[in-house]
Design a binder for this molecule. Structure first.
Ligand code: ADP
Ligand code: 3PG
Ligand code: MG
Length: 406
């Protein structure tokens, strides 16, 4: 794994190239959690890219074009804008963080016009996932993006495991492509953290991106001693063990895979901890329907939305007995205060150990911040799925296309 990380550390950084009078595009990960009124709940991912953006402004870039994604819109046609995922929710905060005017471009064409109409503008282009070509890594779309810059900077660590047009395909068409400060900082921190981890190593995994994260557990089993599984992720595992999960979010297609993971863990002597009790409800808004039951006894039509109190105690014991702890994914629907208790308890337990603690993921950072423990852990990564892929021993694809020292 360390050889792969070393390779990723070798990519050129923004300070290694000349950006004076160049149009610079920065791929950022501004995929931050929003509330129902589209207020930003936690802006670490935005703040962490500010040094790279400011560096480009201060070093005479002709223009600074920011591109990224928000959420997982499913465009029905190219350019299909779903307002809840629009980057216009981020413009004001970005202006405040940069203390500078930011031009919002509704399209790539508009970005081009803004580049010629203004002196040294900072331009934020609308959510690239409104275009089908982004996730499909379409070469034509990648070329259109590339036409907006001479220097491409990747600062989107949280998206560096995705082979998309703005993280991968674009690099073929741009002469200079380098890493931003955040990308460098993250990979250097992981290199340090994973060089000689103190054992036992515990992975706490939860959240809702089950389909992209469950499969990663296979390889991670080679590197950890214990795994705590919570959140929607645990529903699929409990279902695999024949529990009746009622209306819970379960990935039926991954039940076989979950069984394989449990088998492999057994062979390798990795301890797996699943919820023994759960908080469940019929609707997220109907608080009068909330029940706490053993995981085997979820009431009819209820969905598991948090770990129960017994599970919190059990998981806390496991946490206390670990020396290195990696956490990605909330243990429940923490956005609803009534279902945030399990995630908060785990944040509390992790921050109270003397273990080395590495916490990653947009929503997981939000949990940590809300619980008031952001300053009590060893290292916060902006990457959720990306940090898990790194832990799996993979070279993150976005690093592969950046320039390296000759
Ligand atoms: P991160 O952003 O930290 O990588 P994810 O995006 O994978 O984490 O998951 C965060 C989401 O998981 C939250 O929106 C939360 O509501 C959801 N979640 C957690 N537990 C459950 C559950 N039991 N059922 C449904 N959703 C859940
Ligand atoms: C994340 O939130 O982990 C990153 O922004 C990547 O998002 P994705 O899983 O939708 O590609
Ligand atoms: Mg998330």
């Amino acid at each position: 794994m360390l050889a792969g990380i070393k390779r990723m550390q070798e990519v050129l950084g923004i300070q290694d190239v000349d950006i004076q009078n160049k149009n610079v595009m920065i791929r950022v990960d501004f995929n931050v959690p929003l509330d129902k009124d589209f207020n930003i709940m936690e802006d670490t991912r935005m703040r962490e890219s500010i040094p790279t953006i400011n560096y480009c402004i201060d070093n005479g870039a002709r223009s600074v074009v920011l591109v990224g994604h928000l959420g997982r819109p499913e465009p029905k046609f190219d350019g299909d804008k779903q307002s809840q995922f629009s980057f216009n929710h981020l413009v004001k905060r970005l202006e405040r963080l940069l203390n500078k005017e930011v031009f919002f471009a509704h399209s790539l064409q508009m970005a081009k016009q803004l580049q010629s109409a203004h002196a040294n503008p900072v331009i934020l282009i609308e959510n690239l996932r409104f275009y089908k070509g982004e996730k499909e890594n379409d070469p034509e779309f990648a070329k259109q993006l590339a036409d907006l810059c001479e220097v491409y900077v990747n600062d989107a660590f949280g998206t560096s495991h995705r082979k998309h047009a703005s993280t991968y395909g674009i690099a073929t068409h741009v002469p200079t492509k380098v890493a931003g400060f955040l990308l460098k900082k993250e990979i250097n921190s992981f290199a340090k953290a994973l060089a000689n981890p103190l054992r036992p190593v515990l992975l706490v995994v939860g959240g809702s991106k089950v389909s992209s994260k469950l499969k990663l557990l296979h390889n991670i089993l080679d590197r950890v001693d214990k795994i705590i599984i919570g959140g929607a992720m645990s529903n699929t595992f409990l279902k695999a063990l024949d529990y009746n999960m009622q209306a819970s979010l379960v990935e039926e297609d991954l039940i076989e895979e979950a069984l394989h993971i449990l088998d492999k863990a057994k062979q390798k002597g990795v301890h797996v901890y699943l919820p023994v009790d759960v908080v469940s409800t019929t609707h997220l808004e109907h608080t009068d329907q909330v029940q706490i039951t053993p995981a085997q006894d979820i009431p009819l039509n209820h969905m598991a939305v948090d770990i129960g109190p017994a599970t919190s105690k059990l998981f806390s014991l496991v946490i206390q007995n670990s020396q290195t702890i990696i956490w990605n994914g909330p243990l429940g629907v923490y956005e609803v205060p009534l279902f945030s208790r399990g995630s908060f308890q785990i944040a509390h337990s992790i921050s109270n150990t003397y273990a080395f603690s590495l916490i990653g993921g947009g929503d997981t950072i939000d949990v940590l911040t809300r619980a008031g423990y952001k300053d009590s852990v060893s290292f916060i990564s902006t990457g959720g799925g990306a940090s898990l892929e790194l832990l799996e021993g993979k070279i993150l694809v976005a690093f592969d296309v950046l320039d390296r020292k000759p």
